[in-house]
Design a protein around this ligand. Structure first.
Ligand SMILES: Nc1ncnc2c1ncn2[C@@H]1O[C@H](COP(=O)(O)OP(=O)(O)OP(=O)(O)O)[C@@H](O)[C@H]1O
Ligand SMILES: [Mg+2]
Length: 259
């Protein structure tokens, strides 16, 4: 199963992506988490220290890898027929939560200079990543809508769109949803994160209904998440945290939906 997590900046994508990856591991799935944000911090959420996360060389900055996988000897012509097993074996980092982490690094658009090869590697990595029944891939996307245009989102089974009750985050969620639907993506689910009360739940529910979005579930606001983030420790080890528990429950919903 391949799942991607998208949404406006700061809505909780990384917390949810990390929590899902952890949840899949606990359910016996071999899990890879892909940090596709150009300002990566999924490693911290998966329990790595700041020192450890700083040492990770992103796939897009690994010139040797990009060249070896894409070079055809002709400028601007890339060989996309390669397997990605070796990339996963060589470049994923183990984390304390037993999730294998791959950091993609900066993915710029095709028109902006020489990023074509890294882009090709990243898209191909996703496309050729063969995911068996006992495996899961969770992608933590960059904030906003650009990843839909890059074609990376199309490579997943389900796209989760995270928002909170803030209308701005809901508007961006709708934008992502409509672009993904236009790109013929079928499994699109809205998640209402950081909800504090019924009023906020109602606002998200109403917005989803009015805009024909499928609302999967809510994740409550929890002060303990903020406290853990402040201390630089992952909140994900602590199931007492209501938000962590709710995210864990999303794993079962997704396993059912994608079965
Ligand atoms: N359910 C929650 N309860 C309380 N705080 C939360 C919750 N979800 C996320 N947060 C807090 O909100 C902030 C943003 O979360 P996170 O980094 O996961 O968002 P993001 O969407 O990945 O952000 P970015 O767009 O910067 O990558 C963090 O400080 C996190 O601790
Ligand atoms: Mg993030």
């Amino acid at each position: 199963m391949k799942i991607a997590v998208s949404g406006k900046g700061g809505v909780g994508k990384t917390l949810i992506a990390g929590g899902l990856a952890r949840g899949f591991v606990e359910r016996g799935l071999k899990t890879i988490a892909i940090d596709a944000d150009s300002s990566p911090n999924l490693g911290l959420t998966l329990g790595l220290s700041t020192e450890q996360t700083r040492k990770i060389v992103p796939v897009s900055e690994n010139k040797e890898l990009v060249d070896s996988k894409t070079s055809t000897g002709y400028t601007g012509v890339y060989n996309l027929n390669f397997t990605v097993d070796d990339i996963v074996k060589q470049y994923s980092v183990p984390t304390p939560l037993d999730v294998n982490l791959i950091v993609m690094g900066t993915v710029q658009s095709m028109g902006s200079g020489c990023m074509c090869a890294p882009n090709a590697v990243i898209r191909a990595l996703l496309r050729h990543l063969v995911v068996e029944r006992n495996e899961a891939v969770v992608l933590d996307f960059e904030a906003g809508v650009e990843h839909i245009g890059r074609g990376t989102a199309k490579q997943v089974d389900a796209l989760l769109i995270v928002a909170d009750s803030n209308l701005k985050s809901l508007e961006i969620a709708k934008h992502i949803h409509d672009l993904a639907a236009a790109a013929d993506m079928k499994q699109l689910y809205l998640i209402g994160n950081r909800v504090m009360n019924d009023e906020q739940k109602d606002a998200v529910t109403k917005f989803a209904k009015e805009n024909s979005m499928e609302l999967l579930t809510f994740v409550p606001w929890d002060q303990k998440v903020i406290e853990a983030d402040m201390l630089g420790v992952t909140p994900l080890k602590n199931k007492e945290i209501a938000a962590v528990k709710a995210i864990d429950g999303i794993c079962d919903l997704l396993l059912k939906k994608t079965a």
